[in-house]
Design a protein around this ligand. Structure first.
Ligand code: SAH
Length: 334
């Protein structure tokens, strides 16, 4: 009997979790960094990474079969263009994301997805008894890993491709993480000053000093439910609201509303849930939001309603940018 292609398709989807964890292990071991200099034998790589040579070979040949590495005979492996994205600290790298996504706190919570679907409530809280933010605040290394990893899922310049910030004096990035996006905007607009606002332990780890704009940018720690820095001409919230349920989103937006002057602008930068049967990336990020922070991805209309509920007039929506993010512009409703 001929094999049914539907079975092959379903089996590939079902076994996707194995690929995730295998790439995670290669990323943790830093295999791609070692392979930057050229092909190496599995024995060599095992020596460099303190792993069992025969087992490392099994890992690498599996990853070569899905295109992350290339097996060149003689148990030697080289990088493919896909595998190059696992090299650390390069523009476009996904290494921190690969380490984060296979981390136990993601792995275990995704393993309880069924509880989330049954109850409709945040899986992380069900598993760990606290919010993802409280959990990470007590684990500085994990928190820093998350901040770097989440920045890697976006392209630093994407927002600049679809939005013009040239008229703004002071730009406040609310929940700005590493500061990579703000640094990109400031680099493109030499007249502008920046304020990077995030939780105190997050801004303490900002990477502004690695950019050429540190002298024009202040880092401020705080809690956006309690308030955000005043005096900005533009306020940006990128991938912040998707972490929260509607009530919390409105509270965050109201904090921004209190801080903005009548002439300031608010920019929401988010993925959008689009039509049926398309854009698996956003629809699976939506499930990640259920599992981890306890938020959701939304449609254009849903974001419009949140803005209105917090006292903003929704304006034009630009996008998607190259990394699929859209930019909503809003003005304070007076
Ligand atoms: N804007 C960044 C980070 C998005 S992740 C980017 O696009 O990559 C969401 C951010 O919200 C995290 O950096 C997190 O530390 C921050 N955050 C969560 N709770 C917060 C709070 N109560 N006050 C301020 N920032 C908070």
């Amino acid at each position: 009997m001929a094999p049914e292609p539907q079975r092959a398709t379903l089996l590939k989807l079902l076994n996707g979790y194995q690929v995730t964890q295998a790439i995670h292990v290669a990323a943790v071991l830093g295999i791609a960094d070692v392979l930057q200099q050229g092909g190496r034998s599995a024995d060599d790589l095992a020596g460099e990474t303190g792993t069992d040579p025969r087992t490392l070979y099994r890992l690498l040949r599996a990853l070569a079969a899905v295109g992350v590495f290339r097996e060149e005979g003689d148990r030697t492996f080289a990088l493919t263009p896909v595998g190059e994205k696992l090299i650390a600290d390069r523009p476009g790298s996904l290494r921190d994301y690969a380490i984060f996504i296979g981390h136990e706190s993601n792995w275990i919570t995704w393993g309880s997805l069924l509880d989330g679907v049954r109850t409709g409530s945040n899986v992380f809280r069900q598993v760990y008894g606290k919010s993802v933010w409280e959990y990470r605040a007590a684990r500085p290394e994990l928190s820093a890993l998350f901040t770097r990893a989440t920045a890697q899922t976006k392209l630093a310049g994407s927002v600049l491709d679809i939005c013009d910030f040239s008229g703004f004096g002071t730009i406040v990035d609310v929940g700005g993480g590493t500061g990579a996006m703000l640094a990109g905007i400031l680099a493109a607009h030499p007249q502008a000053k920046g304020v990077l606002f995030d939780q105190p332990h997050v801004v303490a780890n900002n990477r502004l000093s690695e950019t050429g704009v540190a002298d024009r940018c202040r880092a401020v720690g705080g809690d956006f439910f309690a308030g955000v820095p005043e005096g900005g001409d533009a306020y940006i919230l990128r991938a912040v609201l998707h972490d929260w349920e509607d009530e919390d989103c409105v509270a965050i937006l109201k904090s921004c509303r209190k801080a903005v002057s009548d002439t300031a602008r608010l920019f929401l930068v988010e993925r959008l849930v689009g039509p049926p049967n398309d854009d698996a990336e956003t629809k699976f990020f939506d499930l990640t939001m259920l599992v981890n922070p306890g938020g959701r991805e939304r449609t254009r209309e849903e974001y419009g309603r949140l803005l209105e509920a917090a006292g903003f007039l929704p304006g034009p929506v630009a996008g998607p940018g190259p990394d699929r993010f859209y930019v909503f512009e809003a003005t304070p409703d007076s």
